[in-house]
Structure formats: C-alpha cells, structure tokens
Design a protein around this ligand. Structure first.
Ligand code: ZN
Ligand code: ZN
Length: 92
C-alpha cells in the first residue's frame, strides 16, 4: 500500500504535490522518492530489484533516492532545505 506526499521548497517556491510512494502487493518494485541532479526535479519513480533507478522525469540514471519517511531534503533546484509532508489518501 502506498500514500502520497507533497514537496515544497520555501525558498524558490518549487513544489510537487500528490507524489505517490510506497509499494503494491509485492516487495518489488517500490515507488520511491527521488531527487534528480540532471533535470533538477523531485518526484517518485518505480525501483525494481537489481535495477538502476531512473529519474521519472528525464530517465537519467543515478538519481538520489530518499527514504519513504524523509521529511526534509535539499531542494534539487536551489539547494535550500525543502519539506516533504504527507498528503491526503492512500493507493493500492
Ligand atoms: Zn528550492
Ligand atoms: Zn531527471
């Protein structure tokens, strides 16, 4: 089961809302939070066992994955501290 989070940077106002994270009925793949240095975006991407995760936006390999319960992260656009908050609802 998964849930949704909102990403907000108070400094540069970059935000992404309704980002899905978590997993379905199987251990893999998992929908994990990432921050991409290549296209400077934040979001979630499917991560499969033994596969290199890719950016959900530009498909660049080698994105930085974050823990499901991360609450603070450096904004990929400006580098300042941004917040991650839990949004409404669940998904399966
Ligand atoms: Zn920012
Ligand atoms: Zn990217």
């Amino acid at each position: 089961m998964g849930w949704f989070v909102d990403f907000k940077c108070p400094n540069c106002k970059y935000e992404e809302t309704g980002i899905g994270v978590g997993r379905g009925q199987h251990p893999f793949p998992i929908l994990a939070l990432f921050s991409c240095d290549n296209c400077k975006s934040f979001g979630s991407t499917w991560v499969d066992e033994n596969k290199t995760p890719r950016c959900g936006a530009c498909y660049h390999e080698g994105v930085t994955l974050l823990a499901d319960d991360a609450r603070r992260v450096a904004c990929p656009k400006c580098g300042e501290l941004a917040t991650i908050t839990r949004g409404e609802g669940d998904w399966k």
